[in-house]
Design a protein around this ligand. Structure first.
Ligand SMILES: [Zn+2]
Length: 136
């Protein structure tokens, strides 16, 4: 399959991720699952270089034309990297989704990036991750 999903390794969002990939018709997309997902691609220096080298390996080996970039709310990796709570995670994640989309589309000219957010939803029945929503 000439698609790739970059997302967080957090098992709590695995079901939402699989649902999204079925919904967009790419259940067999290549997967790059690391803590924070796109987080490494926002970091300076060697972290970003290594993450980009991994993306390049998958893109070149599988002739990837579409990357699904998926962030999720209540991300422990983001909280640890940014020093705990006290920031609007949704706003920050949406900003990072836009930045990393630009980075990937600039680095890999043949690739289109589709960005998604998996929201943390609280209601009368409790709290859970909801279906991924497209972010543009
Ligand atoms: Zn996470």
């Amino acid at each position: 399959m000439n698609t790739l999903v970059i997302a967080c390794s957090d098992g709590r969002v695995a079901g939402c991720l699989e649902s999204l990939l079925r919904e967009v018709g790419h259940p067999n997309a290549n997967r790059m699952l690391v803590p924070g997902g796109l987080l490494l691609l926002t970091r300076p220096g060697s972290e970003r270089r290594v993450a980009l080298a991994c993306v390049r390996e998958i893109v070149e080996a599988h002739d990837v034309r579409t990357i699904f970039l998926v962030a999720h709310q209540d991300c422990t990796a983001y909280e640890r990297a940014l020093g705990g709570l006290g920031f609007d995670q949704r706003e920050l994640l949406e900003r990072d989704l836009r930045r990393v989309k630009t980075l990937l589309e600039t680095t890999f000219a043949a690739v289109d990036v589709h960005s998604y957010m998996i929201p943390w939803c609280e209601n009368g029945a409790g709290a859970a991750y909801g279906p991924a929503v497209r972010i543009d």
